[in-house]
Design a protein around this ligand. Structure first.
Ligand code: BG6
Length: 509
């Protein structure tokens, strides 16, 4: 199997060439869901608008609705108008909407999948989509095996000649190691590994990919990116929102499964990995996997992990309910909405350097960042008062919302005294580039259509991430109710304690 690997990071000359998908159709299962409406359908329009989809592209929706093609087209239209990143234009929409089809039916229904096969066959003949089909699973995980088996039964997983059939699987990929393994087995029985795209939308973010550019395109950072100089790394993904209308998805899953198992462990792997030989899927995934395999969790999980549930309170002048008062949440739910863990990466490069990962809902503000915090200089030839306001040097990759990078270091305060204080040097995307960053889903959907997979975690990475998390989740399950924390704050006391136990502090992003 050959993967087309024209990732622009690999060869700078390639980056001038637009990567345009060839003839194909994308089928979305779960078109009535939030993700399809807010992210997937708008991203498809944005790609069309940027000229990155072929003119004969087809989009097929499947759901249990009594809709005709034009009803579904209206749904896509409304979603696109409301949520797409780029400007809505009638010409682009007219072209895209010509290829929109709908198949009514239940995911377990043989007849519906036979109909889907007919519709795709007709599109191949009439629009020239070439037998190339991507199947997007924007559905609850319990349906993943059902759809995989239906694709097999209806012959849609089979291809002829150069045609391809790919599946795009949304998280959560399993609930623990065992269920992830079972799911991987089901998918691998039907699709070869190169046709399975497990989406982790954080890897589609420009700023997360920039981590690879910053580390491996420069000579400035890599020499100090190691235990000799780095004291610890903090990766934070904080959200100010609560769970909103996602009670059905979130309860029983919680912050660690929702975010740490995928986004944060992947961000950590990119931060810690060795230089890949190139940026093709195999090489990048191999390096990330090595990091995940070297992860060791602390023995004393009570001291080095924390979890919490948001309590009712005031946020931005608005009264907000606590997690247990949210619609659809059982009053005795033990699901955590905040999770923090410490892990170590036992390699020569990272021996003794803790990686702290934290995430939570209803925190002080929405911010995601990766902060590499350095050791103090081995010797400071100043009086103690001169360096009172000097903390540790840090390189902070600001993933969102204020995309960029900050370097913190000490500088002399102007005046006759030798007084040293922290200052920052900033790189802001907005100041350096005129073009705005594509949405993560644009990049990832295009990669699926191109068969380019370096930004998709593979089977082994997903399982290894569960292996890391499972003992922590088991430990928490034995503890009963999580600590409550104030909405609008920065998490439960146990989170501060876990850092204090190591003589460190969380950054206030
Ligand atoms: C998703 C989680 O993966 O990421 C959500 O399931 C979370 O709970 C979302 O809100 C945040 O994504 P972003 O791109 O807004 O940081």
């Amino acid at each position: 199997m050959t993967l087309i690997s024209d990732n622009p990071l690999r060869d700078p000359r390639d980056s001038r060439l637009p990567r345009i998908a060839g003839p194909c159709a994308m089928v979305i299962f779960g078109v009535t869901g939030d993700l399809a409406t807010k992210k997937v359908m708008p991203a498809i329009y944005d790609l069309a608008n940027r000229g990155l989809l072929p003119p004969n592209f087809a989009l097929v929706g499947m759901a249990r609705r009594d809709w005709e093609d034009q009803d579904f087209a209206q749904i896509v239209h409304d979603a696109v108008k409301k949520h797409s990143r780029t400007k809505f234009t009638e010409e682009v929409w007219a072209q895209l909407s010509e290829g929109i089809r709908f198949v009514a039916g239940d995911l377990g229904d043989d007849a519906a999948f036979d109909k889907l096969a007919q519709v795709l066959g007709k599109l191949d003949r009439e629009r020239g989509t070439g037998g190339n089909h991507a199947f997007y699973f924007s559905i609850p995980p319990r349906f993943f095996p059902v759809v995989v088996n239906q694709l097999k039964r209806s012959g849609l997983s089979k291809t002829e000649g150069d045609a391809w059939s790919r599946v795009v699987i949304e998280k959560p990929f399993g609930h623990d190691l065992e269920s992830a393994q079972a799911l991987n087995r089901t998918v691998d029985e039907v699709f070869n590994p190169g046709s399975v795209f497990r989406i982790d939308h954080y890897l589609g973010k420009e700023t997360v990919q920039n981590l690879m550019a910053v580390r491996f395109a420069n000579n400035l950072f890599e020499p100090i990116w190691k235990a000799n100089y780095v004291d610890h790394v903090q990766i934070t993904m904080a959200e100010d929102i609560g769970i909103g209308s996602r009670a059905g998805y979130y309860d029983g899953i919680g912050a660690a499964r929702d975010v740490i198992q995928n986004h944060l462990l992947q961000a950590m792997a990119l931060t810690a990995m060795e230089e890949p030989v190139n940026f093709d899927a195999e090489s990048v995934r191999r390096e990330k996997e090595k990091v995940l395999s070297a992860v060791v969790i602390p023995k004393d999980l009570s001291a080095h992990t924390a979890r919490g549930q948001y309590a009712a309170g005031w946020q931005g002048g608005i009264k907000v309910p606590g997690y247990l008062e949210e619609d659809g949440i059982p009053k005795d739910s033990t699901t955590e909405t905040f999770a923090a863990i410490r892990v170590n990466v036992e390699t020569r490069r990272w021996a003794g350097v803790p990686f702290y990962l934290r995430t939570g809902k209803r925190l002080g503000r929405r911010v995601t960042e990766i902060a590499v915090v350095f050791k103090r200089a081995p010797h400071l030839p100043f009086t103690q008062t001169s360096v009172e306001e000097l903390s540790q040097n840090a390189i902070v990759l600001r993933v969102q919302p204020d995309e960029g990078m900050t370097v913190r270091f000490g500088s002399k305060v102007p005046g006759t005294q030798m007084q040293v204080r922290d200052v920052t040097m900033d790189f802001q995307y907005g100041d350096s580039f005129t073009q705005s960053s594509p949405e993560a889903y644009e990049r990832l959907i295009l990669d699926v259509l191109l068969g380019d997979a370096p930004l998709f975690p593979r089977h082994e990475e997903v399982e290894r991430s569960w292996e890391i998390l499972d003992p922590i989740l088991d430990h928490w399950a034995e503890q009963g109710q999580p600590d409550q924390y104030r909405s609008g704050g920065w998490g439960p006391k146990s989170s501060y304690d876990m850092m204090a136990n190591d003589g460190r502090q969380w950054r206030r992003p």
